[in-house]
Design a protein around this ligand. Sequence first.
Ligand SMILES: [Zn+2]
Ligand SMILES: [Zn+2]
Length: 367
Amino acid sequence: VCPPCVEVVPCPGKGNGLFAKEAFSEGDVLFEENPVCGTAILMFSEKERAAAHCAHCTVHLGTGAEAESCPRHCGLRYCSKECLGEAWWAHHAILCSAVNPAYVAYEEHARECSNEYYILAARALAGLRHKGDDSSALHSAPWSGYASPLWWETMRRPVYGGSSSSSSSQSDCEAQTTWGSCPASAKGSSDDGGGSSMDRFFQSTVQAQTAETASLLLAALEADIDGNSTDPKCRGHQLLQGVEGLGRLVGLLRVNALGVMASPSPGEEGQSEPEEAPKEGAGSSDGLVRGMAMYAVASAMNHDATPNCYVASDPYAPVRCIVKAMRPIALGEEISIDYLQSAPFSAKERQAILENQYGIPSELSCT
Ligand SMILES: [Zn+2]
Ligand SMILES: [Zn+2]
């Protein structure tokens, strides 16, 4: 799986790390990679604009004349038969809202939690149905070597953009929900005096939410599709292994998923679309629709505030990530990226996200 020019090496205290097996010059492409199970998810907050993108590779559908629709008429559209086929194989044969009411309920729950990681987790587990029907499938998953902390144990109360900041609370909350880390129950807790006991309360709330999520996911993965058994079931109860199984998978996704940026109309620079009036608080100012995906190799890269590489999305298939050198890299040097390279956060917000989401101590995360 790993391209010959780099290698994944266990990295004490940081899980895995990625290292250069040859020297690179500034601007070199180190490697390109498709996401695990082929899937990315576009952010809930950009739902309307995301509907104009292929539901698999996330490329913009243009006029839509040649788009392929899900044959069950769930409403999802794809740029090609290939994308429809890949999504079908990976997860959509099971996780289609037209035939799986339990998945409709699950998706609604994930949306209420503002947590896209729940959708990525469902797709990752659905993809494992091709790998056999017992828990050994989990150990042969492409991400089985990654650190997978229980995600509620890494949670702190959302603090970024807090008391001393004058920025509006609306944008603070957007930043939090965009990163899937702000359950509704935590909003409005402006008391800073509680300290760690408040963190524990917050963590137990997240754990309870995860337990509810796990039972909804189980129902979605084990649903009877089309009233027959032509599609092998997921045996979700073995794959999930209770609330801890989902807690570790979400923890793994929170630490390892990378951003995906889908451009409005790749390769049509000369024919720029009329600027849609940007709605207040909806979408991003640069016109990109944001999402995320997990990668088998690229996800091994560690964070550095002064990284030697950056990640770009292939404009013709945004789920595909391209890792490029931003300065010369020596043989044997660790490959690093800025986890928040395109995120519009203040220094304080960045530090809080890096510490809370990725477990990176503040002395390593400050710029
Ligand atoms: Zn596509
Ligand atoms: Zn469908």
